[in-house]
Structure formats: structure tokens, C-alpha cells
Design a binder for this molecule. Sequence first.
Ligand code: ADP
Ligand code: MG
Length: 334
Amino acid sequence: MSHKNKSIIFIILIVFISVLSVMFVVPIKTVETRNYMDTFVTISVDSTLFNKKNVDKAIDKAFSEIERIENVLSFYNEDGIIYALNTNGYLTKEKVTPELEYLIKKSVYYSDVSGGAFDVTIHPILNLWKEGLWTEDSERQNRVIKDELSRIGYKKILIDDNGIFLDGVKIDLGGIAKGYAADRALKILKDEGFDKALVNIGGDMVAGDGVWKIVLSDPDDLDNYITSFNISNKAVATSGNYERYFDPSKKIHHIIDPRTGYPASECISVTIIADKGIDADALATSVFVLGPEEGLNLVNSLDNVDALIIDDDRNIYRSNNLSKFEDLQFHSNA
Ligand code: ADP
Ligand code: MG
């Protein structure tokens, strides 16, 4: 082989190795958004160019899991297990999936620790407000709510070795399902080999490896921000009433205080940081109902749980260890 040919082969080899190493080393971020569970779901994955095809496959799989959970747990889907449980009033042990048992036990746990602020039997009362109870006079509101309150309550969910029995109540897992679905989606991405990932289901976020910056918008001005958190292998969930009012005076919204039957009124935004999405989601709703003082007490009593609460007067409350996550650099620039 001539000297010239040797040089050409050498150059081709170098280019080939360079391209290959770029593919293996250079990081890329894949971000995809779809619509599930009545909200936007965004999945972000950090990988290398080499993995791009597998990333897309893994993301598809994670979205499919969210779709499956939505179908199984939906209050309205006639093929789902929640619909079967609610229409029959019970499920025998053989019909109870480990997933349903996990979710209902978690729900009852958060009902217990929140003194009933979290309650998955709240649906009929939420529905009354949604369907226009706010247009009635306060006397009629009181009467209707009092009557309906006597019929609901998480203590009417009986779960034991025989299965699940509902004593005249129906279950709506809307306050916990998104956090759970985000946990499952991240688990799938990790099982597929992508540990550096973030799943965001309408503000319920679950992060894997790497550092993920989560910005908390100002409830009064969504273009602005309150602070930001740096998280890794943690979940962050925000419950807020600022996006979903049923009435023009903006008092009636989607989180109900089961102790009064009226929409919770003390907070406008509650952000919870916890190890898992399911816990962050349920606690965000619980603390939103409990209000800043009681809510903060609950959060500070739990291990590995932190919170940032904004009350109706725009006071900001932080849990004891929140500073571990808050990005002070970002904060001081605010
Ligand atoms: P946010 O993103 O603001 O937390 P979610 O959709 O996660 O809103 O939670 C609202 C849903 O939680 C309602 O649609 C309802 O199904 C359920 N919910 C409302 N109030 C309660 C409550 N006190 N306990 C448990 N679940 C509730
Ligand atoms: Mg929530």
C-alpha cells in the first residue's frame, strides 16, 4: 500500500472514531409532551446521541404506562377497576390488584395522618360545587353540604383480607393518581436504562439521577417565579387553586375541605418535596386543606418531606429543611 493510501485510511479511521466517540459522549436531552390525565405530561431524558432510538422507545413505554394508569383508575371509565369498585360497592380479594391495594392503603394513610383533610370519598361534594352549588344562597349551600357530608368519609372504606368494601361511598383517586403515575413512568425509564430522567404530570414531578431545576411560578403572575429547587431522585408536587375556579368570583375550586364540605380557602399554592410522587401529590392536597400552620406541622413531623406554602394573603412558609433544595443563587436574583 502506498504511503498516500495509508494516510487516507488513517484519516478515515480517525474521523470514524471521532464520530463514534461524539455519539457516545456528547449529551443530548430528549423532551416530549403528550396529553394524559386531563393535563400535560412532559418526559425529559438525558442520554447520549448513540442512545437516541432507545430513548424514544423508553419514553413511548413510559407514556403507555401513564395511559394505562389513567384508564384503570379513572372515575368515569367503565372498563377501569375504580369504576367496578364504585358501581358494585365492593371488590373481592381475587379482584383487588396489588396496585389498587397500594393506592387505597396510601390514601387511607394520608387521611389518617392529616386528620381527614385528605379524603378520596370527596367526589360527590366536589361535583355539587362543580355543577353550580355556588349559584345558590348560602342557606341552601349549608343544607346540601351538611346532608352530603353525612354520607361520605374515608372511614367508610373497609379494606381487609376479604377485599375492599365501600359503605355507601365512591372513591376518586384524583388527589393521588398523578403522583403515582409519575413514579411508575420514572421506574420504567430507569428499567430501560435511562436513570437521568424527569416526569412531569401537570405539576407533579418525579426526578431521577442528575440535578433537575424545578421553578415555582408566582401564582399571581405565571410569567414570574417565587423560587426554584434543585432536586435529584426526589418528587415535587404543587397543588394550587389559581388555575381551576368554577365560579367567576374565584372562590370555588377543585380541592375540598372534607371537614366543612367547602373549597379549602387558606392557601393558594402548596409545594411538597418528598421521596416519591405518590406521597408528594397526596401531601400537597392534604396541606392545601390543612392550611399553613397545621400543614407545616404535619410536614415537619414527617421524615424526608419538605414544603413551601403560600397562603391566601401571599405569606410564604417554609418547612425546617427546605433550604436543602432551594436554589439560593436563583432566589437572590429574584
Ligand atoms: P392539584 O394539581 O392542584 O393538586 P389535582 O388534580 O392533583 O390538583 O387534585 C385535585 C383532585 O383531588 C380533585 O379533582 C379531586 O379528585 C381530588 N380532591 C379534591 N379534594 C380532595 C381532598 N380533600 N382529598 C383527596 N382528594 C381530593
Ligand atoms: Mg395534586
